[in-house]
Design a protein around this ligand. Structure first.
Ligand SMILES: Cc1cc2nc3c(=O)[nH]c(=O)nc-3n(C[C@H](O)[C@H](O)[C@H](O)COP(=O)(O)OP(=O)(O)OC[C@H]3O[C@@H](n4cnc5c(N)ncnc54)[C@H](O)[C@@H]3O)c2cc1C
Length: 658
């Protein structure tokens, strides 16, 4: 049976959405490669929108709504499963060591219940606090849940509701075509569904180029000694550099560091020592409690620390990721909002501010190709007839590569220009949004590649690092990794693109199909969006697509030859069978050839030499831009059929005779 919805990721977010959708009648499966690696097990379980002092209004509102849902949600899970979730509306106390300004201690109950407690008061609340504490805030509406117990209850609830949970399934790549997800390539084969949800937490960036990164947190727990008949702490302590969370099961959770170290695993002496020092300072009696356990986890963070929720660049893929330090709190509201969106087509107003596109807009100046090009032309003698593309009812989807949306279908490069100014002018005139850069030439500061970082506006142009000059798969893999670092240095943190070139032959510069396939396989596994440059071989193109490449880039004729389309028949077969974008690369010498390749149905073109080596590169760049657009329009319009014999343009009936 095919599923209505397939959820990638079995952390709290994936499971909560799966269960909610199932309760509403959807047929749901969850794919998860490794449950214990989820941040959801590593968390402290605080439900703390007030103590967290969240500055974003949208986020505050989302968190408050979720906290309100928590009691009923956990009650329902407990009723269904008979398991305790450890939900405890214990409130959170936030002690401080320095007296804040009098203004900030004014209570503002209209926002949320928050009380300032002076030193005497806070000691009544929690007698064991450090004598250095001068007061603190009391947030009675904040709460906690035992996230481990909750995850067990959620798994049980999901299974009893009939959610199919597939453990040990790693999604390796997402196959996409023309704005649709076709299926998922996994370690257990290809899996399809009608709709997909991406809930992969800190690992999201391995599958789609979304700006979600790991932020490591180390934690530990202490055991409440047996000689203490009662829990010494009855509420969460939210200190300045540490939090202390008492659990009803007689353990005390201490957290958490916040480290920007990628997916570096394990606890460190420094991390644990700093947590213990801060915790003992805040609540001294902890110094004698036995240490129970140490662990760490990866919070899925985004540049603005807000989650990414809602539609994606694909019609049948919904995003639910990037919950950073509040994913446990946000689980019920995320499940509700996402189930409303997928199952009831109801769009929560908050989704507008949580869309992935808030990052997309910042990363590139996307100007819809068909609608704006006519307005952009600045060549003086260009025929000024303006065309209102909208009135022509042209409907086209954007070019989407590995989830990133582009509106120009012309990609260019930086090589072979006579000087840097010509390159800058040409790239601007081409209207392109993607520029490929030879990593090796930048590394070796080859002529024309010095100052490249400053020469182009990398906030607007997406860098496509390429592995030109690599003769073997191993070399290409190494250079691809350098390319990723290069993109990061230019501020494109989430850029995992690589144009893969493995070219052992220096005379014809033809790519090595076996080396390319081997390197592609490895790079996809490492989370790259691989755009392989290949001979126009339909079987190879298919194999590359199957290993998870983001595009295929067949050559029109040898690199830099300007011979035009010599491989038309094979490119046509590749286009017919491809489920990823086909980018015709190399050999195009004139705009007519560019237009012809687009007329065939290519999704995009990469043109460098024909522009850089023209007598007037910027003008040629504009010509290539127009040709690419013209070819695309012709493809969308559908050309007339060819006939063997003439057919008069004017009708022969009704002519006046005599
Ligand atoms: C130390 C620490 C303390 C925290 N404390 C709190 C707190 O007190 N309160 C709070 O609200 N939040 C807290 N958080 C944040 C919270 O834990 C996270 O926001 C939340 O767990 C994210 O849930 P998730 O389901 O999105 O991601 P995860 O729980 O990380 O789950 C993602 C899942 O997707 C799977 N996956 C990823 N890629 C693939 C793939 N390609 N194929 C198949 N499966 C894949 C992973 O294996 C994982 O199981 C804390 C986090 C940490 C690390």
């Amino acid at each position: 049976m095919t599923n209505d919805v397939l959820i990638i990721g079995g952390g709290i977010i994936g499971l909560a959405i799966a269960t909610e959708l199932r309760w509403r009648g959807a047929n749901v499966a969850v794919l998860c490669r490794d449950f214990p690696a989820a941040a959801s097990y590593a968390a402290a379980g605080m439900l703390a929108p007030d103590a967290e002092n969240i500055s974003s209004e949208v986020m505050r509102s989302l968190c408050w709504r979720s906290r309100t849902l928590y009691l009923d949600w956990t009650n329902k899970l407990e009723e269904i499963t008979g398991l305790n979730t450890g939900y405890w509306p214990c409130g959170i106390l936030a002690p401080v060591y320095q007296q804040p300004t009098s203004k900030s201690t004014t209570n503002n109950p209209s926002i949320s219940l928050t009380y300032w407690l002076d030193q005497a008061k806070i000691r009544q609340y929690e007698p064991g606090l450090s004598t250095d504490v001068v007061g603190g805030w009391w947030y009675p509406e904040d709460a906690q849940v035992d996230n481990h117990a909750l995850m067990q209850a959620m798994l049980a609830a999901a299974q009893s509701a009939g959610v199919e949970i597939k453990y040990g399934v790693a999604v390796e790549a997402i196959a996409q075509q023309r704005g649709q997800i076709l299926g998922l390539r996994t370690n257990l084969g290809f899996i399809r569904s009608a709709h997909y949800v991406l809930a992969t937490g800190a690992w999201t960036n391995e599958l789609l180029p979304l700006p979600v990164y790991p932020r490591k947190g180390q934690m530990l727990s202490l055991q409440v000694p047996e000689f203490l008949p009662q829990l010494p702490l009855r509420r969460v302590l939210f200190g300045e550099n540490v939090y202390i969370v008492p659990r009803q099961k007689r353990s005390i959770i201490i957290g958490a560091t916040s480290e920007d170290v990628g997916f570096t695993s394990e606890n460190t002496p420094d991390g644990i020592q700093s947590l213990l020092a801060e915790a003992i300072h805040l609540y001294p009696q902890l110094k004698d409690y036995p240490i129970q356990k140490l662990w760490w986890g990866f919070r899925p963070t985004t540049p603005d620390q807000l989650p990414i929720l809602g539609h994606s660049a694909y019609d049948n893929l919904t995003l639910a990721t990037g919950h950073y330090r509040n994913g446990i709190l946000l689980a019920p509201i995320t499940a509700k909002i996402i189930a409303d969106l997928i199952w009831e087509k109801k769009v929560d107003p908050l989704l507008a501010d949580l869309s992935y596109s808030r990052f997309q807009d910042k990363l590139s100046t996307i100007q819809p190709m068909l609608l704006t090009h006519t307005a952009n032309f600045s060549v003086a003698d260009y025929n000024k007839t303006t065309i209102d593309a909208a009135k022509l009812a042209i409907s086209d989807t954007a070019l989407t590569i590995a989830g990133k949306v582009f509106h120009s279908r012309l990609l260019t490069g930086t090589g072979k220009y006579r000087n840097i100014t010509q390159m800058q002018q040409s790239i601007a005139a081409s209207g392109c949004e993607i520029v490929t850069v030879a990593v090796r030439r930048v590394q070796t500061k080859a002529s024309g590649h010095e100052g490249l970082a400053e020469a182009l506006d990398w906030q607007k142009i997406w860098m496509l690092p390429n592995t030109a000059g690599c003769q073997t798969a191993e070399e290409a893999i190494r250079v691809a990794r350098l390319g990723r670092e290069m993109a990061k240095l230019l501020g494109q943190e989430d850029n995992n693109f690589v144009k893969l070139e493995v070219i052992p032959d220096s005379k014809y510069l033809l790519p090595d199909p076996i080396g390319t396939l081997q390197a592609a396989e490895q790079l996809v596994k490492e989370g790259f969006a691989v755009l392989p440059y290949i001979n126009a071989d339909p079987i190879l193109a298919k194999r590359l697509e199957e290993v998870g490449c983001a595009t295929v880039m067949p050559l029109a004729s040898p690199i830099g030859s300007g011979q035009g389309l010599k491989t038309t028949a094979n490119i046509q077969i590749i286009i017919e069978n491809a489920t990823v974008p086909v980018v015709v690369d190399a050999g195009i010498g004139a705009p007519s050839e560019a237009a012809q390749a687009m007329e065939l149905g290519a999704d995009a073109l990469l043109i460098n030499s024909a522009i850089a080596l023209a007598q007037n590169p910027p003008t040629m760049a504009l010509a290539m831009c127009l040709a690419t657009t013209a070819g695309r329009l012709a493809y969308l319009a559908g050309r007339m059929p060819m006939k063997n014999y003439a057919s008069a343009s004017s009708p022969l009936t009704g002519i006046i005779v005599g």
